[in-house]
Design a protein around this ligand. Structure first.
Ligand SMILES: NC(=O)c1ccc[n+]([C@@H]2O[C@H](COP(=O)([O-])OP(=O)(O)OC[C@H]3O[C@@H](n4cnc5c(N)ncnc54)[C@H](OP(=O)(O)O)[C@@H]3O)[C@@H](O)[C@H]2O)c1
Length: 269
């Protein structure tokens, strides 16, 4: 019998590439997203497009039920839905802070909790949480985003221990810069009328960031997700992209102070 993937945020970028990758390997895919009407063309043999907004617990329950009705079982959950807020923290509204956490953290928890009884009953299942290089290292003006991804790292690592005795594996995938809608349509820019004290710093950061950025294609992350989902090992973390590898390995090799000095210098801060 074919295996089944349940994935959130399947409308674009890493999520969409992962739908194609698993389908091409012969898997069933429950491709969930906020606006399924806009992506009806994705539905195909073995692929169901299902409505799911991770910030709405009711919609999560309905979507998991629909996937189980369609395919009978779920083998792998990929918590991919997420986006980044960019800008000085001081400029963030309550709504922007809450939405960032509701999507990247609470939403991921809702979906995980909804699928757990199914994984527990069958004594197996893999949960792949999409974190980021930004869940292991930080850059200025992404404080909200980093806060959410560091939360995903801690949450996932704790669950890794808690669920292993039940036969459920937890995996964290940490992409570097990836060519998706992340830096375009999905970016929530933090701005506040009259607040210009950070403008020069933001400009300098943007310039140094653009100069050092070499983004990888989303298919590379899909491949790493597939490896994490199917390698049958207890490995927790998987890095996707040479840039992420460089940052994470450098941080592990040198002292905290050296690392912070290196980042400050690179960013001209
Ligand atoms: N691109 C990068 O450089 C990068 C690097 C590291 C980590 N990541 C992580 O990779 C994941 C996917 O991002 P991406 O790069 O593929 O960007 P993307 O193309 O913008 O995709 C983001 C996806 O999340 C969905 N989403 C947002 N809010 C949602 C909600 N409330 N409920 C359900 N889905 C929601 C979006 O759906 P809509 O179409 O409805 O907006 C979209 O499908 C994110 O967790 C991101 O943090 C990305």
């Amino acid at each position: 019998m074919a295996h089944t993937l349940f994935i959130t945020g399947a409308s674009s970028g890493i999520g969409l590439a992962t739908v194609h990758y698993f389908r091409d390997q012969g898997w069933n895919v429950a491709a969930t997203m906020r606006n399924p009407g806009e992506h009806a063309d994705l539905a195909a043999e073995r692929v169901r497009v299902i409505k799911l907004d991770v910030t709405d617990a009711d919609s999560v329950a309905v979507a998991v039920g629909a996937a189980l009705d369609a395919f009978g079982e779920i083998d792998v959950l990929v918590n991919n839905a997420g986006y980044g807020a960019f800008g000085p923290f001081e400029a963030a509204s309550n709504q922007q802070i809450e939405r960032q956490y509701a999507t990247n953290v609470t939403g991921l928890m809702y979906v995980t909790r909804e699928i757990l009884p199914h994984f527990r009953e069958r004594g197996s299942g893999v949960i792949v949480n999409i974190s980021s290089v930004g869940g292991r290292a930080t850059f200025p003006f992404y404080s909200l985003y980093h806060g959410t991804k560091w939360a995903v790292e801690g949450f996932s690592e704790s669950l890794y221990f808690e669920l292993a005795p039940l036969g459920i594996r937890v995996k964290i995938v940490e992409p570097g810069a990836i060519q998706t809608d992340f830096a375009g349509r999905s970016l929530d820019v933090l701005k506040k009328d009259g607040l210009d004290a950070y403008d020069d710093l933001v400009r300098r950061f943007r310039e140094s960031w653009a100069a050092g950025r070499r983004a990888s294609p989303p298919e590379l992350v899909a491949e790493v997700i597939y490896q994490a989902a199917t390698d049958g090992t207890d490995q927790l973390r998987y890095i996707a992209g040479e840039d992420a590898k460089m940052v994470i390995e450098t941080r592990a090799k040198i002292s905290q102070e050296e690392y912070y000095a290196m980042i400050r210098k690179r960013l001209g801060l």
